[in-house]
Design a protein around this ligand. Structure first.
Ligand code: IMP
Ligand code: MG
Length: 200
């Protein structure tokens, strides 16, 4: 069965907390919206993986908040591992992809749930899936918090998508710009002057 389309974010005006007003244009997804959607995602993952001993492979570093909040709603036996990939080098444009951490758990013959923060051009997930396939898992399912379909280059779709977002650079809830803003409990849109400043 085809999974239902992820909700597109509603661009209602949500006030940006004072501490972040200089950096963010707007809040795109509030912490409550994230919390509610994660429960739905966890339920879908649980339903699809009954009686499976899962290996959750999470892409560093942007997934840490998402992962931690998502898996506490999944009541299935699982092991957790991380794979390190670095692509965005101090800019909003992708650089070369480098693996910075390899898997420690053997995934051969296993059901893998691959988690990333955002599916943008698709280059990262494409590379990571290619690498995982060489390790001969039984099946790989992919799960992302956000999808920015407008920028997709690689023909790739995630099985579980939290929210479809517009083509803007977003930060928070794990997502960074130059390694900052990961600690925001919501997803916000970065002011263009912040990354224009950094580029100049
Ligand atoms: P892709 O390879 O173009 O699909 O990009 C995936 C990676 O780029 C993600 O794992 C993020 O680390 C980063 N990325 C893409 N878009 C954004 C964004 O809007 N904000 C923050 N990071 C992003
Ligand atoms: Mg990143």
């Amino acid at each position: 069965m085809k999974p239902p389309a992820p909700p597109a974010v509603r661009q209602r005006a949500k006030p940006v907390p004072t501490a972040w007003r200089g950096d963010l244009k707007s809040i795109l997804i509030s912490r409550n919206e994230i919390r509610d959607r994660l429960k739905e995602m966890a339920a879908a993952i649980e339903a699809d993986h009954q009686k499976r001993d899962l290996v959750v492979v999470s892409v560093l570093t942007g997934t840490v908040l998402f992962l931690a909040d998502l898996i506490r709603h999944i009541s299935l036996p699982m092991r957790l591992d991380f794979i390190g990939v670095s692509s965005y080098r101090n800019a909003t444009k992708p650089g070369q992809l480098v693996f910075t951490k390899e898997l420690g758990i053997d995934v051969q013959g296993r059901d893998v749930l691959l988690i990333d923060d955002i599916l943008d051009t698709g280059q990262t997930l494409h590379r990571v899936i290619g690498k995982l396939r060489q390790l001969k898992p039984r099946r790989i399912r992919t799960c992302v918090l956000l999808s920015k379909s407008a920028r997709r280059v690689k023909k790739i779709k995630a099985h579980y998508v939290g929210f479809e977002v517009p083509d803007e650079f977003v930060v928070g809830y794990g997502l960074d710009f130059a390694e900052r803003y990961r600690n925001l409990p919501f997803i916000g849109v970065l002011k263009p002057e912040i990354y224009q400043q950094a580029a100049s």
